[in-house]
Design a protein around this ligand. Structure first.
Ligand code: PLP
Length: 383
């Protein structure tokens, strides 16, 4: 009865599989959870102090819809260092990347519009598109390294003529990054086709490669590329809810309409905190990244020793081993790990069809927790 009152679009989606699994974990006493995408570092001290200062100075009122101009300028400078150029009026500060994603999808999608989404991928893309009545078309990733299968992508674009293409690098859940070669191939496609790219670069600050590549680095297709990014991971502030969207002026007005009626503006004091962070806390980000690189190497080594087939992640803080040697159904495998080893990881199926046969392990946890978790997994796999 209640369900029939709820909109068809809402009825068509489920709560995130990541959260669902996390909720199972809290019920198992003594379980170690490697499920969440939350860095285990505190917010850098300077940012905390800047937020306290903002409160004491009563900077607790609405900001302009797009966010304080100093922060937008600082983001513009920051992106410039990655060869991505948006001026401050082409940037809107949002309530996390999550709000940014929804704003952008809402700005473009009419019911029935086709949206290309990779599989496996962060589940919010599909849910946002479904909520807006868009049609999801998945494109495959190569099984070995989760790079784009360009043959298949080109065919789908030719046949389906999608309106939007979602890119997600560095990837949650796979840890893959965009290579220079893949970026250049994408550029040729985007230039030639009538398509708009939404590139979610939430983990851009956590790429372990020497150079960073993004489709947003090509100025001549700027009117076809929208960037979503944020500070949840960069400054370890997932609960403070701040992100941003970059788009050419011709789109920004429409995106801001949605942003305005949704949230008016991002939290003011956090905007001041992030402003301080971009100016003064980049060393903290580098230190955190160095820690993640060590943990990534440790997780990779343990998984290889245990006999998993696994690709060395190049970004973010997730590793995505295949479980095919041990089981076929990722949810059953994760249930078994939880019940028998008391270790929680996320079934690959939570990230779409392409994730079946894999598990996502977050290594945003201390070395001690990682070591204990892998020791426990080792024991039950040896049985
Ligand atoms: N995009 C990706 C790929 C993510 O993994 C996340 C969070 O985990 C987000 C976007 C949303 O991040 P937030 O809303 O915390 O900024």
């Amino acid at each position: 009865m209640v369900k029939s009152k709820i909109s068809d679009n809402v009825n068509s989606i489920e709560l995130s599989g990541i959260r669902k699994f996390y909720n199972k974990v809290v019920k198992v006493e003594g379980a170690i959870s490697l499920t969440l995408g939350q860095p285990d570092f505190p917010v850098p001290d300077g940012i905390k102090e800047a937020m306290i200062k903002a409160i004491n100075e009563d900077k607790t009122v609405y900001t302009s819809n797009a966010g304080i101009v100093e922060l937008r300028q600082e983001i513009s400078n920051f992106l410039n260092n990655q060869d991505i150029s948006y001026d401050r009026d082409e940037i809107c500060i949002t309530v996390g990347g999550s709000e940014g994603l929804m704003d952008v999808f809402a700005a473009f999608i009419n019911p029935g519009d086709k949206v290309l989404i990779p599989t496996p991928a962060y589940p919010a893309y599909e849910s946002c598109v479904k909520l807006l009545g868009g049609e999801i078309i998945n494109y495959d990733l190569n099984k070995e390294d989760f790079s784009i299968d360009f043959e298949s992508l080109k065919n789908i674009i030719n046949q389906e003529k999608p309106k939007l293409l979602v890119l997600s690098y560095p990837s949650n859940p796979t840890g893959a990054v965009l290579s220079k070669e893949a970026r250049d191939k994408l550029y040729e496609i985007v230039k030639a086709e009538d398509i708009i790219v939404i590139t979610d670069e939430m983990y851009s600050c956590l790429s372990f490669e020497e150079n960073y590549y993004s489709i947003a680095q090509f100025k001549d297709i700027k009117n076809k590329v929208i960037v979503v990014n944020g500070f949840s991971k960069m400054f370890s502030m997932t609960g403070l809810r701040i992100g941003y969207v970059c788009a050419a002026n011709e789109y920004m007005d429409s995106i801001i309409k949605i942003h305005q009626y949704n949230v008016s503006c991002a939290p003011s004091i956090v905007q001041y905190g992030v402003l301080h962070g971009l100016r003064n806390s980049m060393k903290d980000v580098e230190n955190m990244k160095a820690q993640f690189a060590l943990r990534r190497d440790y997780a990779y080594k343990r998984l290889i020793e245990l006999g998993f087939q696994v690709e060395l992640p190049k970004g973010a803080f997730y590793i995505f081993p295949s479980i095919k040697k041990f089981a076929s159904n990722s949810e059953e495998f994760c249930d078994k790990l939880l019940q028998q080893a008391k270790v929680a990881v996320v079934p690959g199926s939570a990230f779409g069809e392409g994730g079946e046969g894999y598990i996502r392990i977050s290594y945003a946890y201390s070395e001690k927790q990682l070591e204990e978790a892998f020791d426990r997994i080792e024991k039950i796999l040896n049985k």
